[in-house]
Write a protein that binds this ligand. Sequence first.
Ligand SMILES: [Zn+2]
Length: 207
Amino acid sequence: MSGLVAGDRFTERRRREALDDAVAFLAERYGLDAQQRKTLANVPIRWRRGGRRSTFRAPRDGSPGSITVSLPRGSLVRWHAYRRVRAGWATPRSGVTMDLAMLARLVLVHELTHALQHGTCGGPRRRYSEVETTRNEIEFLRRHQPEAMMSLEPVERRTTRATSSRRSSKGPSLFDRLLEWLRGGRVTSARARRCRAAQVPRPARAG
Ligand SMILES: [Zn+2]
């Protein structure tokens, strides 16, 4: 991937390279044809430095949709992804440090995914989802900068203590009873039988 040179200025050329990479990735991932790919590449983009959030604004009242890409200042920046169980992975609270050029690509992958969800390239509109945008960002990162995956945290569905204690006040839940059955019921004795069957005579002590 070109354009990954250090430097604070995000020139027109670097913007175009970032867009090319993001569009190529999404075109492959969604099987876009040449026309759809062109349409995606032509979603108007406003580039900003510092501060505000990046957004996708849906088309409305005849005006086309648009993307605002807000990049922080500096050449080494921090990426924050949504924390979604179905995405599987998330950035730690402090974010993941990366080159500005990579962050620009991830932002574009995210916002262009919203454009696809909105039906920008034809086809039915899909559900607006931050799971899909996050999955796409992570997959892009995995392909282009796999070592950065080490900085991500797995996101697991919380098996909340709060939920189980709330349940226990109304007697054991189905889950607890199942667990009890697994621990003390037939499974254990079956395992015990297997263990006995598997027992082998101890080797005789040497000497
Ligand atoms: Zn989003």
